[in-house]
Design a protein around this ligand. Sequence first.
Ligand code: ADP
Ligand code: ZN
Ligand code: ZN
Length: 679
Amino acid sequence: MDLYADIIVDISLKQLDKTFQYRVPKDLVSLVSPGSLVNVPFGNGGRMIEGVVLSLSDVPKIDASKIKDIDSMKKGAVSAEEQMISLAAWISRNYGSTMIQALKTVMPVKKAVRKRGKAEDYEVEADASPLRGRCPEGADEVALNPAQNTAADKILSDYNNGERKTYLLHGVTGSGKTEVYMRLIEEMLKKGKETIVLIPEIALTYQTVNRFTARFKDEVLIMHSRLSAGERYEQFEDAREGRKKIMVGPRSALFTPFKNLGLIIIDEEHEQSYKSEQVPRYHARETAIERARLSNASVVLGSATPAVESYEKALTGEYTLLELPERVMERNLPECEIIDLRSELKRGNRSMIGKKLHESIQDRLDKKEQVMLFLNRRGMIGSVSCRACGHVIKCPHCDVPMTLHRNRMLTCHYCGHIESAKPLCPKCGSKYIGGFKAGTEKVEESVQKMFPNAKILRMDADTTKGKTGHETILKKFASHKADILIGTQMIVKGHDFPNVTLVGILAADLSLNENDYRGAERTFQLLTQAAGRAGRGDTPGAVIIQTYQPEHYAVTCAAAQDYKGFFEKEIAYRKLGSYPPASHLLLIMVTSQREAKADTGIGLIYEHITKLPSKCDFYGPMDANVKKIADTYRKIIYIKSKDYNHLVNIKDRAEDLVKDFPAFRDTLVYFDFDPMSGF
Ligand code: ADP
Ligand code: ZN
Ligand code: ZN
C-alpha cells in the first residue's frame, strides 16, 4: 500500500491550511514523519521546492495516478524557521494536536491590521513609574555577591566550553536571582547572542519590565497579552532581523524567532501559567528545553519554590542545581507566626482577622509602615446557600456555585452568566437563604470597619480590569498612597515594596482542600511567595499565617521557608499515589452538549485503549470535577504510566479511533499530559 504525505510548500506559512499531497517513495518511508523537511516538484514545470510534512495517510485525496513523488529529504543547515517547524512537530507529538495547530502556535501568522507605537507607549508608561526615582541603580550593574557569582560563572563557563545544559537556580525570595539573569544576558549580548526571558503574565507589571528596560534599554522587546496581533508580529520581525536581542514575555514569547539564540530564562518556573490551557497544551519548561536543544542554547529555570518535577530532576542530575540560599545585603527572611483559626473561633472571634493579626496591623499603621493582606482566592468564593435545606445556588449552565457580589448580583465565573439574588430558596421556599460576599470585597469591608482611618486598596480580578488596572493600583501602593493592600494571588508575584513590614495570610489552607494532587504544592508556593513580600527593605518583616490546619507540612514548611523539608514530604506522597513526577498522567476528555454522546464517546475510547498491550493504569470513565460548563458535558479518563511514550501511544490510538468513528460527531476530544489543574 502506498503512503501519502500532506505537505505545506510555502514555508513562509502565510497559508498554513493549504497542503498538497505527495507520494512517499519506498526508500523514504522510514525517514519521513510529520515535521520532516523535504524537496518536492511543484507546478507544471516540476520546479524543485522545499516543503514540510504535516501528516501521513494511506488514502489518496485525488486520483492516485496524478500524485507526484517526494523527491528527497532536505539536507544541509537548518534555518531558524525550520527549527520552529521541528519544534511544532515535537509539540504536536508530545502534547496532542494537529501539525497545523502546533505550527500556528509557534509561528503567529501575520495579521492585516498594523497598529504602530503601542510597545513604546508601554515603555513610556513604565518610565513614569514612581519607583524610578527609588532604584536608579537599576540601570547599573550591581556587584554580585559570592553566591550570585558562583551561579553565573558556572553557567557561563559551561557555555564557553560548549556545554549546553538546563540549570535550576533555586534562590529564596529576594536572593538576587534577577540580577543573575541580567549578568547572563549581558554576557550573551557581548557574544552577539540573544536571550528569551519568560515571566508569568501576572508579573508583567511595570516593576519587572522596568528593571530589564532600565538596564538594557533599546535591546528589549516586551510581549504581553494586551498587544494586538499586529504589534506582536512587528516584535517578531525585530527579533528575526536581529534589531533587538532580548525578549521578555509570557509563555508564548518562547517562540520568538531569534536566529542566534544563546539563552532561555524561565523566571518563577513553577508557575501554573507556563502550561497552555488551549490545544496544544504544551508546557513552556519542557518546550523551552527542546527549543534550546534545536538552537544550541542553554536554559535557566529560576524559582524560590521550584516545581516538584523540576527539583526532582535537579536531584537526579538531569538539571544542574544552583542555589542562592540567602537574601542579599544580609537582609533576613521575615519572622513567620502560625495562628490556629480553630482556637480563634473557640474564643468567639468569628472575624476573618484574628487577634494577633489585628494588633500587628494596628502597630504597623501607628508606625506608618505598610501591610499586605493575602487571600487564597480558590475556595473563597462567596457562594449562596439555604440554611433550611442546604441547597446551593448553582449556575443554570454550569455545575458550579454562583458568586455573590456587593450589588446583590450572582455571577458564574465559568461562563459569565449573571442573575439577581432571589429572596427565597428556589427549592424549599425558605427565606433563610444567604451567602458570603466574594472574598476580597468582604475582607475589605471588615478591615475598613476595624481600621476606619486606614487607606485601603484592593487588587483582584474586579479592580484590575482594563489596560492599566494593575499598574495603577501597584503604583499607588508603592508611593504610599495607601496603608493596606488586600489581594489574591496577584499581589504575591514579583513586586518589591520596601515599606511593607507585615504580610497577613488570611486563610492559608483553602487550596489544600481542592480535589487535586497539586493542592499542597500550590499552597506551599503561595504561602512562601506571599511571606517573601515582607521585609524587602531595611526594616525587618513579619508574616502572620492564619490557618485551620496549622500542623500541615505545606503550612509549617512555608512558615520556616524550608523548601527541602517540603519537597521530601511531597515527593513521598507523589510516589505513594503514583502522581507526577513519580509517574506521568494523561487526561482524555470528551465533551458534548448532549450528555449521552459524551458518555458514548468516552466509553468507546476506554474500550479501545484498555485493549492495547501496555502497562498503564486506567481511571474512569467518569464525570469531570466540574461536570458541565456552559451547557457542555465533560467526561474523562485518567491514565497513569511511568513511561511518557506509552501515553503518547495511547493518545495516538485514541486519535485514530476518533477520526474514523461517526459516533464522535458533535463531540470534542481533548488530551492533556501531566495536567496542571484538576478536571
Ligand atoms: P529575586 O529575583 O531573587 O527575588 P532580586 O534580583 O529581585 O531577587 O533582588 C532583590 C533586591 O536586591 C533587588 O532590589 C536587587 O536590586 C537587590 N540586589 C540583588 N543583588 C544584589 C547585590 N549583589 N547587591 C546589592 N543589591 C542586590
Ligand atoms: Zn432551601
Ligand atoms: Zn455558568
